[in-house]
Design a protein around this ligand. Structure first.
Ligand code: AFP
Length: 365
């Protein structure tokens, strides 16, 4: 399609806003600020090692620091977090922010007005892949501040952010891969924008993304298989059994270890992603975070006709208990996610159900 026919992100947002004649424009301004943050992060990521020695904004001392998740922060994690804050705090659209990289909610500084939205983000998901030049991304979610918070203009607290994913106003991610893309939902489908590096503009290239309901591709970190719960093990075993197994078709497996890249693949061609709750560390009910990973990706999936779940129930219905809560996450092609939910609802089949293990068998226990 010629350049003259493509919408820019700004044009897209203005056209969307026309559906809401009373809209103030604050929301559009916020999304454009987030998009600018993503462009800045894309540049920093693209420079790679070239940026490291002389990158003035990065705090080299922070490299190797441990964040609230107990995970090592890279300098780019720290830089990306700062970029998100600086690009969005000033405009008067936000009541507060929360990020993977900050233990406590971020207060909008006193010199700026406060607004009616809350921004929650993972500034650089998959950053442990930076060293090996694999795609990484930023994930964000926009929530409405409560009327009380908006009216009072008080400092935000953790409780303000503990809203189920169904209350998200918008969600999206930027993917820093061979091209930089911004994929966004404002609750009316999912649209993908590619950064035109000549213009510095996100151009609408992937309108109305739809995830096929069926797939033969799954993604899971198989090194955790000994910790999986029975329904997950059953699902994966059946996929691995291929044509001669109960699914009667061969499956393909992918694992990038960069969820934003996996979500993008699934939005483009279907598939199912699982980072389920497991027994590896009983203090962690899952690896990924509810508010700034599972909910925004879940909103995108549902808006593209896919499904997102804890494995047992829809992700967007979960009432968050804390800012950095972890959760089991399954998302992607609708029929596969529904199947995994069904396996969780069914009684667990163990090898004891096998006739070889019955009362009179050689293997009875
Ligand atoms: P990092 O941001 O620390 O690289 O973590 C990435 C991530 O949160 C998610 O994007 C991956 O799907 C997942 O972790 C990979 O986890 P494993 O290292 O256990 O495979």
């Amino acid at each position: 399609m010629p350049l003259t026919h493509r919408s820019t992100l700004t044009q897209f947002l203005i056209e969307e806003r026309r559906r809401f004649p009373g809209a103030s424009g604050d929301f559009n301004a916020l999304i454009l600020d987030v998009a600018l943050a993503c462009k800045a992060i894309a540049r920093a990521v693209a420079l790679g090692e070239l940026a490291s020695p002389a990158c003035p904004q990065a705090d080299p001392g922070a490299a190797g620091a441990i964040n609230i998740q107990g995970e090592t922060q890279t300098p780019l994690d720290v830089l990306s977090n700062k970029v998100f804050i600086r690009r969005t705090e000033w405009a008067g659209n936000l009541a507060g922010m929360a990020s993977e990289e900050m233990e406590l909610p971020y207060q909008i500084p006193g010199q700026y007005p406060r607004g009616k939205y809350l921004l929650v983000f993972d500034p650089l998901d998959g950053s442990s892949n930076i060293d090996v030049n694999v795609s990484v991304g930023s994930i964000f979610s926009v929530l409405r501040a409560s009327p009380e918070l908006e009216a009072s203009g008080r400092d935000v607290c953790e409780q303000d952010f503990l809203q189920p994913g169904s209350r998200q106003v918008a969600a999206g991610y930027a993917l820093y891969g061979p091209t930089t893309m911004l994929v966004l939902t404002v609750g009316d489908g999912v649209n993908g924008f590619t950064l035109d590096p000549n213009l510095g503009e996100f151009m609408l290239t992937h309108p109305k993304l739809q995830i096929p309901a069926d797939t033969h591709e799954f993604a899971i970190n198989a090194s955790n298989s000994r910790f999986w719960e029975a329904p997950v093990k059953r699902y994966v075993d059946e996929c691995l059994a291929g044509k001669t197994g109960p699914r009667a078709k061969d499956f393909n497996m992918r694992w990038i270890a960069s969820m934003v890249a996996e979500a993008h693949r699934i939005l483009m061609r279907g598939g199912v992603f699982m980072y389920p709750r497991d027994t590896k560390d009983m203090s962690k009910p899952g690896r990924l975070r509810l508010l700034y990973e599972a909910n925004p990706i879940g909103f995108l999936m549902e808006q593209a006709g896919g499904r997102a779940s804890t494995g047992e129930r829809p992700m967007l219905g979960v009432q968050p208990q804390s800012l950095h809560q972890r959760i089991g996450l399954v998302f992607g092609s609708r029929h596969e996610v529904e199947r995994i939910e069904r396996y969780h609802a069914e009684p667990v089949h163990t090898e004891m159900d096998n006739p070889l293990f019955t009362e009179r068998s050689l293997f009875r226990v």
